[in-house]
Design a protein around this ligand. Structure first.
Ligand SMILES: *[C@@H]1O[C@H](CO)[C@@H](O)[C@H](O)[C@H]1NC(C)=O
Ligand SMILES: *[C@@H]1O[C@H](CO)[C@@H](O)[C@H](O)[C@H]1NC(C)=O
Length: 560
């Protein structure tokens, strides 16, 4: 069913992408309680991360695990609407996202967090409406997602903007929860409203963008200065051949222009939609760059080579290349299309993680296409060890001759993956773009060692957030057996992986990331970006039917 990019997609055209998002954010205007809840959450997450890291490197880690586990025993009290917590970016007017979202943590009358769905959890509900009865708003607000751990996730998508603002009521039965009703003082813009914040610092602050993204810092080290003229000369012959998958962009005055270099550039639809979405939200510095929309990273020159490496932007990085990575087209598209074209997105998954840990089937699980030989080996292992592993290939393209021997497994809906306790994540053509989605479930992820990485892997720690397995899978069965014997530890690793993914894979963090990459790049440009011959203007999507009255300062610079 999904998101590994493979080049079969180039033959057939492509389809059910699965996508998602996550949330969280700092509140400024909202009540203090909410704010402290959020900050505590962030701090706690960081501490937990440190604790987990420490746990791996220091000897007495067992007792740390146990302490962490004991701190979370479930509340047995009834839900207290007043003590329950509500927080998240969807409660801040100035933070425009395709789908806004916020969280609710059920807290008992005894003041303790629920760590499982509370009795009567279905009595929580949310009502979102314009402050002014005179304003009509098109808001799609599906039911709360129960994350099965005492917390809930609310999503809503606005199809038009409101000038005066929104009221968000969070209720338990008829009683307001926490500081409800929340007032989002307008204007509140919808995703397709072109209304960029002119001041990047204000924008980054309102998004609580991290001060540093370690992957971005590392990616730019080889490129202290970027010679646009040289790139203009070198990139087309090196990467723009017939087989090329390179797209050349220039952004000037927050307008996007581009030309395709090579034949395999259909995936520019994903880079286009990302850049346009960002340009609707914030003024992007003038910048000229190249995005490789193919699967593999391309810059294999080394720092000291002559001629030297070029700063090409790609979705996927690898240990033997110097490409600058962005969040993949897969998570990006999923983020943009949540509650629209996609169903398995980074937010929906959070409310569809299957049975609770104790009720999951104790087997390793895998479904996917035949994009790498180890996947076939995994199916063979599974045939010989069905009690440990349930693995199947759902489509053959690269190794058609193996289909007879190994058979084709029926597709399994992604949410059903989480009926299994151990998710085996194997690379596809490059990094397995399913990995972020697997982390968000509450199963343990067993990840194949890989030279490939996505933008967030740097923040993950093996044995803290997932269990690693050798590239050739020779230790996989042993790892699964060992996991079965160490159930409580595995539950803790699964939980830690889920928490870190909830933190890192939030939509607003992706926007921070795109912006930071373009900004870092723009700062290093040795000359002014240019709209080159053959580039075309990429228009914003038509949104004439929606109300969008941008109150922010219009760009003052001359149109080109
Ligand atoms: C309760 O949950 C909130 C939200 O997840 C968290 O910030 C807070 O630290 C938790 N409290 C305790 C005592 O675990
Ligand atoms: C496991 O499943 C059984 C049967 O559906 C259910 O009664 C039980 O509450 C579940 N256990 C947990 C921990 O969810």
């Amino acid at each position: 069913m999904f998101f590994e990019s493979e080049w079969s997609r180039r033959a057939t055209f492509f389809l059910p992408l699965v996508m998602l998002l996550l949330p969280r954010r700092r509140e400024r205007d909202q009540a203090g309680r909410m704010r402290s809840g959020f900050l505590q959450g962030a701090l706690l997450g960081r501490r937990l991360l440190l604790l987990l890291r420490a746990a791996v490197f220091l000897a007495p880690w067992r007792s740390l695990w146990e302490a962490a586990a004991a701190a979370e025993s479930p509340s047995s009290a009834a839900v207290s609407a007043e003590r329950s917590l509500v927080w998240g970016p969807g409660l801040r007017a100035e933070l425009t996202l395709p789908v806004r979202y916020f969280f609710l943590q059920a807290v008992g009358r005894d003041g303790r967090n629920f760590t499982r769905s509370p009795p009567g959890g279905s009595q929580f509900k949310v009502i979102i409406k314009p402050i002014s009865p005179k304003e009509a708003a098109q808001i799609h607000a599906p039911r709360l997602l129960d994350r099965n751990d005492g917390s809930f996730l609310m999503r809503y998508r606005m199809y038009s903007s409101v000038r005066e603002g929104l009221t968000v009521e969070v209720l338990y039965g008829d009683v307001h929860v926490a500081q409800s009703p929340y007032i989002l003082k307008g204007p509140v813009y919808h995703e397709y409203c072109e209304c960029p914040e002119e001041n990047a610092q204000i924008w980054e602050k309102s998004h609580s963008c991290p001060l540093e993204e370690p992957q971005i810092t590392e990616d730019f080290v080889p490129f202290p200065s970027i010679d646009l003229q040289q790139m203009f000369k070198e990139v087309p012959p090196r990467f723009g051949s017939k087989m090329g998958a390179m797209v050349h962009y220039t952004i000037i005055n927050n307008h996007v222009y581009r030309r395709s270099l090579g034949k395999y550039t259909d995936f520019k639809m994903f880079s286009d939609e990302m850049l346009l979405s960002l340009a609707r939200k914030v003024r992007i510095p003038d910048v000229e760059f190249y995005i490789n929309v193919g699967d593999w990273p391309v810059e294999h020159r080394k720092v000291n080579d002559t001629p030297g490496p070029l700063p090409i932007i790609s979705w996927c990085g690898s240990a033997d290349s110097l490409d600058i990575v962005l969040p993949t087209y897969d998570v990006t598209h999923s983020t943009l299309e949540t509650l629209r074209g996609v169903t398995n997105d980074l937010l929906s998954i959070q409310g569809n993680t299957g049975p609770s840990w104790d009720n999951k089937t104790e087997q390793g699980f895998f479904r996917g296409r035949d994009s790498r030989e180890e996947r076939l080996q995994l199916v063979e292992l599974s045939k010989d060890n069905p009690e440990l592993l349930d693995a199947g290939i759902t489509g053959y393209f690269f190794f058609r001759e193996k289909e007879k021997e190994l058979g084709k497994a029926p597709l399994v809906g992604f949410f059903d993956f989480f009926k299994y306790k151990y998710q085996v994540s194997l690379d596809g053509t490059v990094a397995a773009y399913r990995f972020p989605y697997l982390l968000l479930g509450d199963s343990l992820v067993i990840k194949q060692a890989s030279q490939y990485y996505e933008h967030f892997y740097k923040e993950l720690v093996p044995w803290s957030h997932y269990v690693p397995t050798e590239r050739n899978l020779e230790d996989l069965l042993e790892k699964i057996r060992w996991a079965k014997e160490n159930d409580e530890k595995m539950r803790q690793i699964a939980k830690a992986g889920q928490l870190v993914a909830r933190e890192l894979l939030q939509p607003h963090r992706f926007y921070c990331y795109y912006f930071r990459v373009l900004q870092q790049y723009a700062e290093r440009q040795a000359s002014k970006p240019e709209i080159r011959d053959g580039m075309e203007f990429v228009p914003q999507p038509d949104d004439r039917t929606a109300i969008c009255d941008c109150q922010k300062r219009k760009p003052v610079r001359e149109e080109l």
